[in-house]
Design a protein around this ligand. Structure first.
Ligand SMILES: *[C@@H]1O[C@H](CO)[C@@H](O)[C@H](O)[C@H]1NC(C)=O
Ligand SMILES: *[C@@H]1O[C@H](CO)[C@@H](O)[C@H](O)[C@H]1NC(C)=O
Ligand SMILES: *[C@@H]1O[C@H](CO)[C@@H](O)[C@H](O)[C@H]1NC(C)=O
Length: 478
């Protein structure tokens, strides 16, 4: 009797793992966009290949490099560009945490030896890294909501813990913060010199990697900030839905999307064979290998230039990696075509977009609070927002990805406000579904705030045949 129960329990556990494996592939790693040979200089700037004229050439290695986002040369960015008579009045930044150690280990193999301590003369380095470490170790008066106050402020293990932010991850966000400081604070004087707590709104999920990423960005944005002025709110939901998380239809769309993803995977013979081969090398059942979500770990090896693991049966190699990565890119393409994820994304991203719109409206009315907003989040936060906005060609959020919303006041007509949206420094304002048309009919280089407001308050639900979030969330029929 006892044994049978145990067996059933194990069976249930196996099923759960298999399900998790599907959702995890879906959530964490699926990269994106068929990229047209982005290596040659001419195309490098383009994040939006034209699907009609450029046949998708999938280069999994190139895509993986972009995903790693190894800090090297300074990128060009289009943040803060506007005609001289526009005044920047508010900025909202949604980031994904930086490079992290895997969340899962491949069973029976040695996990990659990566050092998560911060060392100023080790690569990748940043001029502010040492000062950052100093400042973090002096923290005493920062206000951290709830469980945030128990998290370490910077990574510190000589063998990284699962999911821990690495030095690469810290440097990526020091770079982001530097860029935003140069443009928003030095050039546009977004914050008053004597800024205080009320000028910022900071929110992070309860993981150390998101809190630490947010702190790294803030540190180079506001060097040597006064800890008393830093107040991080804790967001328990990875989609930042706060008090508006109850949405049964959102879960239904997600389940359908996961079903689509499962069906695509099982009909890919090359992928299945690759898992079988890898499982033989590792010496575990294929199911168990798949459940261990090996691509997460393999990406860490890849991004850190650590060779893939070997056993006495052989080695996992770059060909395995390419097959899984290529499948992810195909999955992402099908995901866009089938639109199930898009419907999920509309419902998942509404609360955070609604929050952003509310803050922008308050600023437009003249309130001088929450001028700079930072949400420190995950790929599963950014991905639905990008999809819902209609920026369909945007790549899956790489490490330390940033999505920025800028609010501008027209100096010639001070009642008029406009927004710009930038993804990893590229202006995507007119790639959004709600501003494509505006582009054609106006000479303004930005999108009217009211178009964004109408989209978030009303139009984003029309695809779902509803007129409000509540309606769309509680529909009984499809
Ligand atoms: C990656 O590692 C190999 C050997 O371990 C080395 O030859 C190569 O230079 C490294 N590449 C980079 C970019 O660090
Ligand atoms: C949207 O924002 C308004 C104003 O802040 C708030 O009252 C409302 O509850 C929000 N709705 C949702 C669904 O997030
Ligand atoms: C919305 O209504 C149209 C026409 O009645 C229907 O074809 C479509 O499937 C509906 N969409 C949703 C999401 O319910």
């Amino acid at each position: 009797m006892l044994f049978r129960n145990r067996f059933l329990l194990l069976l249930a556990l196996a099923a759960l793992l298999a399900f998790l494996s599907i959702s995890l592939q879906f959530f964490h790693l699926t990269p994106v966009t068929p990229v047209s040979n982005g290596m040659n200089g001419k195309n490098r700037k383009r994040i939006m290949p034209d699907p009609l004229t450029e046949p998708p050439v999938v280069d999994p290695i190139h895509e993986a490099r972009i995903y790693c986002n190894i800090p090297s040369i300074t990128e060009r960015s289009a943040e803060g560009h506007a005609p001289y008579y526009f005044k920047l009045v508010s900025v909202h930044v949604l980031i994904r945490h930086g490079d992290r150690y895997p969340l899962y280990a491949i069973p029976k193999t040695k996990r990659p030896e990566i050092d998560c301590t911060l060392v100023a003369n080790r690569k990748p380095n940043h001029p502010k890294l040492e000062a950052f470490i100093n400042h973090m170790s002096k923290a005493s008066e920062g206000l951290m909501e709830g469980t945030l106050s128990t998290l370490p402020l910077y990574p510190s293990h000589s063998l990284c813990e699962m999911g821990e932010l690495t030095q690469t991850g810290v440097v990526q966000h020091l770079k982001n913060g530097q860029l935003l400081q140069d443009i928003y604070l030095k050039k546009h004087k977004l914050l008053p010199k004597d800024w205080t707590t009320k000028h910022l709104y900071l929110e992070t999920t309860g993981k150390s990697r998101t809190l630490q990423s947010g702190l790294a960005l803030l540190y180079s944005l506001l060097p040597d900030f006064d800890w008393k002025k830093i107040n991080f709110r804790h967001q328990w939901s990875t989609i930042f839905c706060s008090g508006n998380c109850d949405c049964p239809m959102r879960n239904q769309y997600l389940e359908k999307e996961q079903r689509r993803q499962y069906l695509l995977r099982v009909k890919n013979n090359q992928l299945e064979n690759t898992y079988v081969e890898m499982a033989k090398i590792v010496g575990i059942p294929t199911r168990q290998l798949r459940a261990a979500n090996p691509i997460d770990s393999m990406l860490c090896h890849f991004c850190h230039n650590v060779s893939f693991p070997c056993t006495k049966n052989g080695c996992i190699d770059i060909e395995h990696f390419k097959v899984i990565k290529t499948h992810q890119i195909e999955d992402e393409r099908e995901r866009r075509e089938r639109k199930l994820y898009f419907k999920y994304a509309l419902l998942a991203s509404h609360p955070v977009l609604n929050q952003t719109v509310s803050r922008m409206l308050r600023i437009a009315e003249g309130k001088k609070e929450e001028i700079f907003v930072l949400y420190s989040a995950h790929d599963v936060t950014l991905s639905p927002v990008l999809s819902a906005l209609g920026i369909t060609e945007a790549r899956f959020p790489r490490f330390a990805a940033r999505l920025v919303f800028e609010l501008w006041q027209d100096g010639e007509r001070p009642a008029d406000h406009f927004i710009r949206i930038l993804y990893n420094g590229v202006d995507v304002t007119f790639h959004t579904s709600f501003c494509q048309e505006h582009h054609k009919h106006s000479n303004k280089p930005m999108c009217p705030l009211e178009d964004f407001v109408h989209f978030v308050k009303r139009d984003m639900f029309s695809v779902l045949n509803s007129s409000s979030y509540y309606d769309a969330c509680h529909r009984k029929t499809f």
